[in-house]
Design a protein. Structure first.
Length: 646
């Protein structure tokens, strides 16, 4: 295998320009084939997402294209004018240098001028000589426009104190510095850039992810990425490539379109396999009747038999799982927190917090890092005692805790042995049970993988096993702390379907908007200093409300107008606010809203079904226009409902 800069390629030859051409690429990990004889092209302006199970070779493929790994065989051509930039899951830095020196490492006059200018701003300089010289250099090179972009990148990714050494940074800080370094590197001079990104949204909060979506869309770059964030994928990509069974399949469109096209392809493949199996049975009977000495004609039919046999013995994995677990019984009392107070020095986490959990509660928790989300989870489970207040847990409650600490491994053993040490079987709601091996297959561990040693598992596979172990203990109150990090999209699909059917209480801490939207009914928003807001809706509802509130505050701050303040969700605190009594007219309006919103939601669903079928273009236009109207009406009515219900 070799990578070469394809000098023969030119923009005039291809429209759009071929950035990368790959032919018959093959790579194995030990005896396990990752991909075999795959061929593809990446053109200028393509925005491609790669989907595959963990261990299928996604990251390996990215490293091969960036020149950091080599394939077993095949060819990779890269256009001579194209610069390839790789953003990795595990960033590599010069640990002895500062953030500033790592970010501005490129030997380029503009980069050097900005580095010296930023250094002068952070370095005490009594006579101002350093700053004066830096300003002159910035003017000479006309570097101010790019400096503005640099400041935007650093500010949006919350990167400050540039003189700090990178070896002192946390994992999340290192990831953000690496992202800033990559975006700055590709921005200062390269006209043709292929940006390769491996899970860029890990350790970013939702505001950072939304900013990155906007940034990647406005920059003229070609993009190839691996991500588990489906909203991010839809926002920045228009092609999805799936690696499955050592082959690659190409889909155009968003994630929903990919799911539809994949379902149709699997159905077609299954029909083809069924046909091959029927033919295989007939040909097998013929093979058994043939004498040992075969004619040329029978030899040809024999060769064809082996092709039919291979096709007939294919197996299509169906990850659409429906699992009704026999959950431990939930009693009348779930969990009750009374006037709970927790602080670390002057930093208040909980301030007289009151809340009573109910059966089947599906709660999401969001907030800035350091606001106290993890401390709250520890107090709820009795792993930490609060400074004051009471936490009463029902006698029947069995917590299942998926934490960020990872898999607890006391000794190295095979995967199947590790699970059997917990239980041999998993009870089902309608009777019967699943064996440990069957449960492992449900969560995409093949029979071969079940005999892999824990130490040989990838990071994503260990996360998947950790999740499986939590569920295998059969809890009735699940607590999932950032469960989507390092999980691949096929596993996330299995997990979401499992949790959708879960009858117990569910509490999720996550920055994954898609995951939260599917599974939670309301949110605890940790705003800092003990303020916890109970928001009645999912993650997307909250972001719409938050942006509306921000717009209203901006308008209110101007001299032109002063609109009514945005509706404020309920605060879960020790002393709830006194509610203003509704007038007769407002009460009627509230009742009408509660009738209108479900009707609009139903109409929205009906339109979505109709638009998915074949119809004349004129009818499609009418439906599309009505869908937009409904979205606007629902947003307005939901905001008004929030205001009145408060």
């Amino acid at each position: 295998m070799f990578i070469e800069k394809a000098l023969s390629f030119s923009a005039a030859t291809f429209a759009p320009m071929h950035y990368v051409s790959v032919e018959n690429l093959t790579k194995s990990f030990g005896v396990k084939p990752l991909f075999s004889n795959i061929t593809f092209h990446i053109n200028e302006g393509d925005k491609i997402a790669i989907i595959a199970k963990n261990g299928s070779g996604k990251s390996t493929l990215l490293k091969i294209l960036s020149g950091q790994d080599v394939a077993d065989s095949g060819k990779v051509w890269i256009h001579k004018d194209v610069t390839v930039a790789l953003f990795e899951q595990e960033p590599k830095f010069n640990e002895q240098l500062s953030i500033l020196d790592n970010i501005f490492h490129a030997e380029h006059p503009v980069v050097k001028a900005i580095r010296d200018y930023e250094l002068a701003l952070e370095t005490p300089d009594d006579d101002g000589t350093l700053l004066s010289e830096a300003l002159v250099k910035m003017d000479e090179l006309n570097a101010w426009d790019f400096d503005t972009k640099v400041k935007q990148i650093l500010g949006k990714l919350n990167i400050h104190h540039l003189n700090q050494e990178v070896k002192s940074l946390s994992g999340g800080q290192r990831k953000r510095v690496a992202l800033a370094q990559t975006l700055i590197d590709i921005g200062f001079e390269h006209k043709h850039v292929l940006l390769i990104m491996d899970e860029p949204t890990n350790h970013l909060d939702v505001e950072m992810v939304e900013w990155l979506e906007h940034y990647l869309n406005q920059e003229k770059i070609t993009l190839l990425l691996v991500t588990h964030d489906r909203y991010f994928l839809d926002a920045v990509c228009n092609n999805i490539w799936e690696i499955d069974g050592s082959t690659i399949t190409f889909y155009k469109g968003d994630y929903e379109t990919y799911m539809e096209q994949k379902a149709a392809r699997l159905e077609s493949d299954q029909a083809s396999i069924d046909k091959a199996r029927n033919l295989y049975r007939k040909e097998l009977e013929w093979m058994r009747k043939q004498p040992k000495a075969r004619t040329t004609k029978s030899k040809s039919r024999q060769d064809n038999f082996y092709e039919v046999e291979a096709k007939a013995k294919q197996r299509i994995e169906d990850n659409k799982v429906s699992l009704q677990m026999k959950m431990n019984r939930l009693g009348g009392k779930i969990a009750e927190l009374k006037k709970v107070y927790q602080a670390f020095g002057e930093k208040v986490i909980l301030r007289g917090f009151d809340y009573t959990f109910s059966k089947g509660e599906r709660l999401g928790i969001i907030g800035k890092n350091g606001a106290g989300k993890s401390t709250f989870l520890q107090i709820l489970q009795g792993l930490k005692q609060p400074d004051s207040g009471k936490v009463n847990i029902g006698d029947t409650i069995v917590f299942g805790n998926f934490s960020q600490q990872g898999l607890e491994i006391k000794e190295d053993m095979r995967v199947i042995e590790y699970v059997k040490n917990i239980a041999e079987n998993f009870p089902m709601a309608k009777g019967g049970s699943l064996s440990a091996a069957q449960f492992l297959e449900l969560f995409l561990f093949t029979p071969e993988q079940q005999y892999t040693y824990l130490s040989k598992l990838s990071g994503g596979e260990k996360k998947r096993l950790q999740l499986l172990v939590v569920l295998f203990r059969n809890p009735n109150f699940l607590i999932l702390d950032e469960p989507t990090n390092d999980l691949d999209l096929p596993t996330l699909g299995v997990l979401e379907r499992f949790l959708s059917d879960f009858a117990g209480c569910l509490l999720i801490v996550s920055h994954d908007r898609y995951f939260m939207d599917r599974l939670v009914d309301h949110l605890f928003v940790f705003e800092g200093q003990g303020v916890i807001t109970d928001f009645p809706g999912n993650y997307s509802d909250y972001r719409i409300w938050e942006k509306t509130r921000e717009r209203n505050e901006q308008v209110k701050g101007s001299a032109l107008s002063a609109p009514e303040p945005a509706p404020v969700p309920q605060q879960a605190t020790a002393e709830p606010r006194a509610k203003k009594k509704l007038s007769f007219k407002e009460q009627k309006e509230l009742e009408q809203l509660e009738q209108d919103m479900p009707a609009l939601e139903k109409e929205k669903e009906e339109i979505a079904v109709k638009m998915g079928s074949t119809m004349p273009y004129e009818e499609l236009q009418v439906l599309s226009k009505r869908a937009v109207e409904i979205a606007g009406l629902l947003e307005a009515k939901e905001l008004r409902w929030l205001e009145l219900s408060e």
